[in-house]
Design a binder for this molecule. Structure first.
Ligand code: ADP
Ligand code: GLC
Length: 506
């Protein structure tokens, strides 16, 4: 089967979050199943900078597409397989310099606000994907299936619905919190067909929603975990789309498929970003302790302390529980709850914290302030660091993920693989992947982490205290670590589920 996989980010070319991890690994897993896959994404400036040399890609098509009251010249640059390590399928970069050749984040300007023309950027990107889907640009590659991801590609199923013989479309929701809502004037300026402007199309309470276009017009809609597929049919997490989603579910067109993880990238046995590789097979997980030591000593030095002083601190904290958090510092991730419980835990327990993330300036400032208030107990890195993310997974004892909602979540799965017990709120993919350490689950060898059921500071705090209590019971702790590390979250089963959908009759 020929599969065109369209996304706005893909690791290792460009990443802001889990969408990149999925887009960087699911296409490879589909290729392993002997399907022909093309990965298409915008030729952002930072993607072009990552390409080793000019010879890494070649122009395979050039055509024009209309934007907002103007026409863009589009080049499709095909990146050779093997040119970028970890990318096992040919990549098509959509090169429109006026829209994508900008520094920094794919969605945000330097001041943290959305790029002013995101609607046009991804509207045009979707038009280009549609042309590729219809094999109209002279590449001679007709996909059987087009797999779209999130609102940035949401317009594609709507545009394909206007074609006589379109390929099948799958639209995957990674996060309903980003609806791609724009004013009606954008719909007009993009010169889109009026037949799409209605309740059964892209119109959403007078606005133009690219998310709705995908939800309503794709042949199949998927979410990145089974629990999230159920949750988004209820108003609390549907952002007004519950009606549309309930209809799709009633037609049997909404399905939850759990994300996999890339076991080439996130595997403690082979991870090149950590100081000592380890695995569950070796029994006592001694390698993990070496990673904790290395992480703590890096953190002490990072704070600008002298080596002598940092050695002393290190000796002080090596046996104390270290709780890690890596993620976007936004409301979704329950950062407010974390900010509320940390001071109490610092006063009442011997736990230390390491937090890595970027996001809302408000949270960034609060967390930085807190780290100043408790030197040697909390370390904070405000920024994006792939290597630190790996070192925290390997070096921390527990991983905090108290998300208010979580479509899937990848870090809790990485944590399980690294023997770092996740502490999670029972929602979305977190509920589907972590088994709570109750007495009976521990006894039956099922427990893999800690789950709380109400997103409140009290529930989070008592769960953390329970985890800290078990941390002192080394044999029980190791049993839970081992169970977690033995879970299999690789892509095989989930990629197969996608293939079943691709081949299902429309
Ligand atoms: P989301 O996609 O909602 O941000 P996920 O758990 O699915 O959440 O995926 C987040 C991914 O982004 C993980 O690979 C995580 O390690 C990574 N990540 C998030 N913030 C940072 C950061 N500041 N530095 C490095 N990696 C980060
Ligand atoms: C989104 C979600 C996250 C999910 C990721 C990849 O960013 O917030 O839960 O794991 O997409 O699907």
């Amino acid at each position: 089967m020929k599969i065109l996989f369209a996304t706005s980010e893909a690791h290792p070319l460009i990443k802001t979050g889990g969408l990149a991890d999925v887009s960087g690994s699911l296409p490879n897993a589909l290729a392993d199943l002997k399907h022909k896959v093309r990965l298409v994404l915008p030729a952002y400036q930072s993607v072009m900078d990552k390409l080793p040399e000019k010879k890494a890609y070649k122009k395979v098509a050039e055509f024009s597409v209309s934007g907002c009251d103007r026409v863009y010249q589009v080049k499709i640059l095909q990146v050779k397989v093997g040119a970028v390590a970890g990318v096992d399928v040919p990549v098509w970069l959509v090169d429109i310099p006026e829209l994508f050749d900008r520094p920094g984040n794919p969605y945000l300007a330097a001041d943290g606000s959305d790029w002013w023309d995101n609607g046009e950027r991804f509207g045009v990107f979707s038009k280009v994907i549609t042309e590729l889907s219809m094999n109209r640009v002279g590449i001679k590659w007709q996909p059987d299936v087009v797999h779209l991801n999130d609102w940035q590609t949401g317009l594609v199923p709507a545009l394909l619905s206007l074609e006589k013989t379109p390929p099948k479309s799958i639209f995957t929701i990674h996060n309903m919190a980003y609806p791609g809502n724009f004013p009606k004037s954008l719909f007009e300026a993009l010169n889109l067909p009026w037949s799409l402007w209605n309740k059964e199309g892209v119109e959403f309470w007078g606005h133009f929603s690219m998310l709705k276009a995908g939800l309503i017009k794709a042949d199949w809609v998927t979410t990145v975990s089974p629990t999230y597929a159920t949750q988004i049919c209820h108003p609390e997490l549907a952002y007004g789309f519950e009606g549309v989603l309930q209809d799709r579910a009633a037609e049997g067109r909404l399905k939850g498929i759990l994300n996999g993880i890339d076991s080439q990238v996130w595997n403690p046995l082979t991870d090149e970003l950590i100081v000592k590789n380890y695995s569950v097979k070796k029994g006592r997980l001694t390698g993990k302790q070496a990673n904790k030591e290395a992480l703590l000593s890096d953190l002490c030095l990072y704070r600008g302390e002298s080596e002598k002083k940092s050695d002393k601190r290190l000796a002080n904290c090596i046996d104390k529980p270290l709780i890690g958090l890596v993620g976007r510092l936004v409301e979704q991730k329950g950062i407010d709850l974390v900010l509320e419980v940390i001071p109490e835990l610092i006063e009442q327990s011997n736990a230390n914290f390491v937090i890595v993330g970027t996001g809302d300036k408000f949270y960034e400032n609060q967390i930085t302030q807190m780290a100043k208030q408790y030197p040697g107990r909390i370390w904070v890195f405000i920024g994006y660091s792939e290597s630190l993310a790996h070192r925290v997974e390997a070096g921390a004892d527990m991983f905090l993920m108290p998300s208010r909602f979580e479509p899937c979540g990848l870090n809790q799965m990485y944590s399980l693989a690294y023997g770092t017990l996740p502490i999670v709120h029972h929602t979305g993919g977190l509920a589907d992947t972590v088994v709570n350490a109750t007495e009976s689950n521990i006894k039956n060898g099922l427990a893999t982490g800690f789950v709380f059921y109400d997103p409140s500071r009290h529930a989070l705090k008592s769960t953390l205290l329970h985890a800290l209590h078990l941390f002192d019971k080394k044999r029980t702790w190791q049993k839970i670590q081992k169970t977690g590390m033995e879970q299999s979250f690789d892509w095989k089963a989930s990629a197969q589920e996608y293939v079943s959908l691709y081949t299902e009759k429309n």
